[in-house]
Design a protein around this ligand. Structure first.
Ligand code: HEM
Length: 541
């Protein structure tokens, strides 16, 4: 079933892309001065996007909003202007949703006729932290319920020996717990639909009840996921109670697999690798967490189970868990690499640090599970009397500890999937402002300082200063040619016009859509016949 869903999603998924959409061009270009007022503006993205309901506007030179109509077709956001633009500088802000269902926002400026003396300020759409927190909690609740239900059903229908499955007390416990997990899964996924709509619109939790939030919520990918999850967990619980094991297992697996419909994995490529890793990760996590709960219920006093039957259950679970933990860790690392593509991102970003936290939590659990398997397991169900060595009591304690840590891992995952992966999004809170300077050798003992301010993704001021060996400014024969390129993400080359400011100093602006190492190429006209080209690298973070 998992494979069938995977195949379906691979066929229907977009071509390999990077997590979060980014703009690859605008019309008019950023900072361009156009002689005539255009009727239509546009932004082209590197992948298909959908329009967010809020955060899209055109501001005129006086800062007032210009009547306009924003629409998206595939990768292009078109803005048709309902009134003629006056002369001067205009600012366009846009907000769209990437195919991973996360919002991305940005802005650019252009001028009609000539730039205004004072350009309008770019309105900032801030992330609503209350919405992010609520999303992380709802995601954690959804995962705890879904993984728990799928793992418990897997153990109850596929792994448990017949003698265990016939114990009426244990079966009642399993059914009740499955019902509880189903409620958590349905609740978490249902809450996520309006929360995702709020985040996309950039609105606070207080806008929860607004009609706009709900009309966007029912149209989003989170609503589709919620529908699959709610129907899936309902069918699972009913089928489990009626003894329809195959149906229960199949519907639990389908509800679990619905998780790949949203999130970073939806738009990180190559699709087959990412979706395969995601399904392995989800299946193994479900077996571990839900299976452990099922096992704990079987080990708790009050059932009529014989020690030998319990020992068989523990042995089977422990064997399956050992294999799945290996798959879980390997798939988790593959997912990190495909989503983030950055080693330093592991400690430089909140996303990376949360993955490291998961690893740090998982390692002691793996050690505990190993101790379970190799020290406690051989002592179970072997003595003539019930549990002669007290091994079951210790096993119960170990199972409780393992389950406690896994709850923390699931909570960390709720946070992780709502964070921005390294260097991917325009909505990441910007780091503190800084200037970044690179000095390039221009030849003949001359050097040029190229300074980017603030040196982070978005619009930057660029200052070029050419100096002689004594640090004195050098007069050039004409304006230098400035080009910026981000080869890793294939952005650019962006050629930026420069204007003179002080002696030997030139200024420009550049909208750098992504972080990373930018190559700055400078052609410096020293005389009519001499124009050396120098290349430097600047880190944009
Ligand atoms: C070494 C251990 C682990 C690593 C490196 C790891 C890493 C990851 C990464 C990178 C993601 C993708 C997040 C995203 O969408 O941006 C992920 C997702 C996830 N992980 Fe883990 N993880 C580990 C262990 C676990 C464990 C022990 C559990 C639960 C018992 C778990 C449950 C999940 C779940 C439920 C998802 C979301 C999958 C989805 O929605 O498609 N992970 N993990």
């Amino acid at each position: 079933m998992l494979l069938a869903v995977a195949a379906l999603l691979v066929v229907g998924s977009p071509s390999p892309a990077q997590a979060h959409a980014r703009p690859v061009g605008t019309y008019p270009a950023d900072n361009e001065v156009v002689p005539e007022a255009p009727n239509e503006l546009s932004v082209t993205f590197n992948e298909p996007v959908t329009l967010a309901a809020a955060g899209n506007q055109v501001l005129g030179p006086d800062g007032a909003e210009v009547a306009s109509d924003f629409s998206v077709r595939d990768r292009v956001l078109s803005i048709s202007l309902e009134e003629a633009l006056p002369d001067g500088t205009h600012v366009v802000t846009w907000r769209v949703t990437s195919s991973d269902s996360h919002p991305v926002a940005g802005a650019w400026t252009f001028a009609v006729g000539a730039p205004s003396a004072h350009a309008p300020a770019v309105p900032v759409v801030t992330e609503q932290h209350d919405v992010r927190l609520a999303q992380a909690i709802a995601t954690g609740v959804q995962y705890a319920g879904l993984l728990g239900l799928a793992g418990l059903v897997g153990v109850a229908t596929l792994l448990a020996p017949v003698a265990v499955r016939r114990d009426a007390v244990l079966v009642r416990r399993w059914h009740r717990t499955a019902g509880g997990f189903a409620v958590l899964a349905a609740l978490g996924s249902t809450l996520l639909a309006p929360l995702s709509a709020l985040r996309t619109r950039g609105e606070p939790l207080a806008a929860w009840w607004s009609a706009d939030t709900w009309s966007e919520a029912v149209r989003g990918a989170s609503a589709t996921t919620a529908a699959v999850v709610v129907v899936g967990v309902l069918v699972t619980v009913v089928a489990l109670r009626r003894g329809l094991d195959v149906l229960a297992a199949a519907s639990a697996a389908t509800a679990l697999a619905a998780m790949v419909l949203v999130g970073h994995t939806r738009s990180s490529g190559p699709a087959a690798v990412v979706l395969g890793a995601d399904l392995v990760h989800l299946g193994a996590a479900a077996l571990w967490w839900g299976g452990l709960v099922a096992l704990g219920l079987a080990l708790a006093p009050g059932t009529g189970l014989r020690p030998a039957a319990r020992a068989v259950l523990v042995a089977r679970f422990s064997g399956a868990a050992a294999v799945s933990v290996l798959g879980l860790v390997a798939a988790g690392l593959v997912l990190y690499w495909q989503v983030a593509h950055s080693v330093s991102g592991l400690w430089d970003t909140g996303y990376g640090r949360t993955v490291l936290l998961k690893v740090a939590l998982v390692l002691p659990v793996v050690a505990l599970a190993g101790w379970n398997r190799y020290r406690l397991l051989p002592r179970l169900g072997t003595g003539p009397r019930e549990d002669p060595a007290g091994a079951e009591g210790r096993l119960r304690t170990v199972v409780r500890c393992e389950a406690g840590v896994l709850v923390a891992v699931v909570a960390a995952t709720g946070v992780l999937v709502n964070l921005t992966p390294p260097a991917r999004s325009a909505t990441e809170p910007p780091p503190p402002a800084a200037e970044r300077t690179v000095t390039v050798d221009v030849g003949d003992g001359l050097s040029a300082d190229v300074t980017l301010a603030p040196g982070r993704p978005g619009v930057n001021g660029v200052r070029l200063r050419v100096t002689d060996p004594n640090g004195r400014p050098v007069e050039l024969d004409g304006p230098p040619t400035l080009t910026l390129l981000q080869p890793e993400r294939e952005v650019g080359p962006l050629r930026r016009p420069v204007t003179p400011s002080a002696s030997g100093t030139w200024e420009a602006t550049a909208d750098l859509p992504v972080a990373g190492t930018w190559e700055v190429t400078l052609a410096v006209p020293l005389s009519r016949f001499e124009e050396p080209v120098a290349i430097g690298r600047i880190e944009v973070q």
